[in-house]
Ligand binder design. Structure first.
Ligand code: ZN
Length: 339
């Protein structure tokens, strides 16, 4: 096979691995995802070597040389603006303040576009839905609560400085039963992430297990660390366990509330839920709980067109791109920009 119109690489730098993929000028994927270690804690030069290794594995598998790659889309697990890393996150210190986009572009002599991992995942979900021409808001509850948005037409909305769509840290009007606002990983209180994340689930589980009504619950065993118990909640919820379902329902309701406010600002039309629950057995229930929370906060016109009741103005879907979505989104973006 020859690719006279070039190939485009998507390179998704994670905390532990780099996932990478090629697409051709028509947007068809070429070969499979290649995954290598990211070595982000060893500094960005170490990661650059890994990115090159991934690129060479991709082109070798396609029977091509590196010169076939006409553009690269790169995403990083940290806030970044115009190619420069602005926050350390899980990276080594030398990343911060460095123009990763331009330095990697010079090193490989290929044009590079770069964004953060949440935008990349949103772009990937957009790329998968080829018939979808509207906007797309991605929210991804996991360890934290990430978000990204793609505008109608296919560009990520990054804001002036790449700092937009920090949906996990919008404040939500929910309090613990003692009236306090829960602390967030960012140092603030009352953020959505303080309710909708694995971290939040641990805290909420700990509070619930203090109550006499759960004293006979299998998770009430003091010998098991709370982190481990929180991981087990997913299986309990899949079995319909009352405590686990109550915790996930509260989380999903608050997520829906937050989404309603973001939708009121951006009106994306489509909300994609990513993160850790996309494959959970109880995901239909979870999505309904999200919609319930959304319905309480969103005006009717954000749910259904007042002139055509068949038109849902905000649709909800689960993410389908799996953990290759970000790499795919960046390969598509590189194709859009550099073909
Ligand atoms: Zn926060």
């Amino acid at each position: 096979m020859t690719y006279s119109n070039g190939l485009f690489a998507g390179l998704d730098i994670g905390g532990t691995t780099i996932k990478s993929i090629l697409v051709d000028a028509k947007g068809e994927t070429v070969g499979d995802i290649v995954e290598v270690r990211s070595h982000v804690k060893d500094g960005f030069e170490a990661t650059f070597a890994q990115l090159e290794s991934a690129m060479d594995q991709l082109t070798d598998a396609a029977g091509q040389s590196r010169s076939a790659i006409k553009g690269i889309g790169l995403d990083v697990p940290a806030p970044c603006s115009d190619g420069v890393i602005w926050g350390k996150a899980n990276l080594a210190q030398d990343w911060v303040g460095s123009n990763i986009r331009d330095q990697f572009s010079s090193r490989v002599d290929i044009p590079v576009t770069m964004t953060n991992d949440c935008n990349a995942a949103a772009l990937g979900e957009y790329a998968i839905r080829r018939k979808h021409l509207g906007g797309l808001l991605l929210v991804a509850p996991g360890t934290g609560l990430g978000g990204g948005m793609v505008l109608p037409g296919g560009r990520a909305y990054e804001g002036q400085h790449g700092l937009a769509l920090e949906v996990g840290h919008v404040s939500v009007p929910f309090h613990e039963e003692d009236g306090t606002l829960p602390p967030c990983s960012c140092g603030l209180e009352g953020c959505a992430e303080a309710w909708v994340s694995l971290m939040a689930l641990r805290r909420r589980l700990g509070i619930e297990l203090q109550k006499p009504q759960w004293s006979d619950h299998p998770l009430a065993d003091d010998a098991v660390p709370i982190q481990e118990k929180a991981f087990q909640l997913r299986d309990f919820a899949s079995d319909g366990d009352a405590l686990a379902c109550q915790l996930f329902e509260q989380q999903a309701n608050i997520l829906g509330h937050m989404i309603a406010d973001v939708v009121r600002v951006f009106d994306p039309g489509l909300v994609v839920i990513g993160g850790g629950l996309t494959e959970a057995d109880f995901r239909d229930d979870y999505l309904q709980w999200v919609k319930d929370g959304f319905a309480k906060r969103a005006w009717p016109m954000y749910r259904q067109s007042p002139v055509d009741p068949d038109i849902e103005t905000t649709r909800f879907e689960w993410a389908t791109g799996g953990d290759g979505a970000a790499a795919l989104g960046m390969a598509y973006t590189a194709r859009e920009m550099f073909r």
